[in-house]
Design a protein around this ligand. Structure first.
Ligand SMILES: [Zn+2]
Length: 314
């Protein structure tokens, strides 16, 4: 049984503090987020997380992608589709993931443990389009979703090839809302999955009683859901576990909506039930969702607690 994170981690921008950084800054090449990536990687590793992220420290999950996507624009914090969506103007997350992997390699003196490493994360096309407004070109959201899936596929393939992650995760929080047309959603994920040589995971937020049977049909290797912050999803999993026989379960076991450390016996109980339902060989423990909003020390303690429980049952 391995552990991972959903993705984001509390972060702060830093300002140049020594001569070299000040010099870089004067040329406009100081990166105010580099330290935050390093801090988030080390915090995840110190807490015992096996498959880490780069912390997604650069901004919200939609704009970090859409600012490099032709056909989309951001205005006063809102995202719009203004013309046909095309291939990203540059690779979006490769440099940060490579850096996270380097920090991880240094942490382990070059010997990253087996089945551990970094994972690439992209925000899914369904979620990006459903949180944007269509102003031009497309008559419906579905066509925009399919074009965006082709666009994001460039990023996914680049991550697989250049970073060699343990797996790639698509974040699709909107799939539980009932607003998304599931046939198109599945087609979009098929586009992302096609020919991909690393496993693909999909993270979905919220209560899943009405969406679960549809989600089980998605062509992904790992389905990641929230089980700590609600008392519905575990029952849904228990009743329908056989539908996931071809998938691993990303099992959210600490509550990311509460900014205090979870009760240890609650987490233990939850993980024990998950092992009974799907078997520990099919489980990947993680927090319910991203930890961006938590204070750094609370985020760290949540991850540490999760890994203590993982070690207990591994
Ligand atoms: Zn989530």
């Amino acid at each position: 049984m391995k552990s991972t994170v959903v993705g984001s981690f509390p972060a702060s921008e830093s300002s140049p503090s020594n001569f070299k950084e000040k010099l870089l800054n004067s040329f406009g090449s100081f990166d105010p987020f580099k330290q935050a990536i390093k801090d988030s990687v080390i915090a995840q590793l110190d807490a015992g997380v096996d498959i880490i992220s780069d912390g997604q420290v650069r901004g919200d999950m939609v704009s970090i992608f859409t600012k490099y996507i032709p056909g989309m624009k951001i205005e006063e914090g809102n995202t719009f589709v203004v013309s046909k969506i095309r291939k990203p103007t540059r690779e979006i997350s490769i440099d940060d993931l490579k850096y996270a992997k380097k920090v991880m390699g240094d942490y382990f003196n070059g010997n990253i443990p087996e089945e551990s490493g970094v994972k690439g994360i992209i925000t899914g096309p369904n979620t990006i389009i459903h949180s944007s407004r269509i102003q031009g070109f497309y008559k419906n959201k579905e066509d925009a979703i399919i074009d965006l899936a082709h666009c994001l596929k460039h990023e996914v393939d680049a991550i697989a090839k250049k970073v060699e992650p343990v797996y790639i995760q698509v974040d699709e929080p909107f799939l539980s809302t009932g607003m998304v047309e599931m046939k198109t959603a599945r087609e979009a994920i098929d586009i992302i999955k096609e020919g991909l040589e690393v496993p693909l995971g999909m993270h979905v937020c919220g209560i899943l009683d009405s969406a679960f049977k549809d989600l089980a049909k998605f062509n992904v290797d790992i389905l990641d859901m929230e089980f700590a912050g609600n008392n519905v999803n575990l029952g849904v999993l228990e009743k329908n576990a056989s539908l996931l026989s071809d998938k691993k379960v990303g099992f959210g076991c600490v509550d990311s909506s509460v900014n205090e450390v979870d009760d240890k016996s609650d987490v233990d109980e939850l993980v024990k039930k998950a092992i009974d339902i799907v078997g520990k060989e099919n489980l990947l423990l993680d927090p319910d969702c991203g930890l961006r909003r938590a204070p750094k020390d609370v985020a760290f303690e949540k991850l540490k607690l999760m890994n203590e429980i993982k070690d207990k049952y591994s």
